[in-house]
Design a protein around this ligand. Structure first.
Ligand code: PGA
Length: 237
């Protein structure tokens, strides 16, 4: 059963969220679709028993960090998942520095981290994809205790594919997904689910469904319109 994550980023305000919930009402599988709305709106999804996650957590559990949100508060609104190290946070908030601490904090609090990894266009062209990803995996997973196959999810998101309508070929995605799985097994003796993210849409979902090595999707833009998202989900096996 594939997992589908809907990452709203900063999009959709309260009224949009209420409309969204009305449209998707009971038509979304509540055991495999996880919503990542702006944290102010997580409770709207939670109240209707959808799986919910946060787009980020502070690297500190509590204390003085103005503007951050603690995992403890996010747990109070019901998250069971959190994205860690999304490329936008790595680029604009230096998040690569904090992914290790954030994963440890998530595991400690029984929240499943979805660790995002991926290469830039240039790194892709220079065939450095797997080297870049191995470094990101090591930074995030080194010295972690208590990781299991079930409390960690990886999302492979080529940065050049996010929000661009461009996706790598299935062959390229499958190769990278397999390399990620093989590396994590060898290095950490773990076999987590690995998702694909980056411009997943109604247009390419049939093609992506033919991938052999993915366990689901992380979807941004195509999750913002409820009807569009419903049609997309119906195509995922
Ligand atoms: P996208 O975003 O689907 O709009 O490419 C994916 C993401 O950033 O997680």
């Amino acid at each position: 059963m594939k997992i589908i994550c809907a990452n709203f980023k900063m999009n959709l305000l309260k009224e949009d969220i209420l409309n969204y919930l009305e449209i998707i009402d009971n038509k979304i599988p509540k055991d495999r679709v996880i919503f990542f709305p702006n944290e102010l709106y997580i409770n709207y999804f939670k109240n209707q028993n959808y799986l919910v996650g946060s787009q980020n957590i502070s690297y500190l559990e509590n204390g003085s960090l103005t503007g951050d949100t603690s995992i403890l508060s996010l747990k109070e609104v019901g998250i069971n998942y959190t994205l860690i190290g999304h490329s936008e946070r790595r680029e604009f908030y230096n998040d690569s520095k904090y992914v290790n601490k954030k994963i440890a904090l998530a595991i400690k609090n029984n929240v499943i981290p979805i660790l995002c990894v991926g290469e830039t266009k240039l790194e892709h062209e220079e065939k450095k994809t797997i080297d870049v990803i191995k470094k990101e995996l090591d930074e995030a997973l080194k010295e972690q205790t208590n990781l299991t196959n079930d409390n960690l999810i990886i999302a492979y998101e080529p940065i050049w594919s996010i929000g661009t309508s461009i996706t790598p070929s299935n062959n390229s995605i499958d190769t990278t997904l397999l390399e990620i799985k093989t590396y994590i097994k060898k290095q950490y003796n773990l076999n987590p689910k690995v998702l694909y993210g980056g411009s997943v849409s109604l247009k390419n979902i049939d093609t992506l469904e033919a991938l052999k090595n993915h366990d689901g999707y992380l979807i941004g833009t195509a999750s913002l319109d409820a009807n569009n998202f419903l049609s997309l989900i119906n195509k995922v096996k």
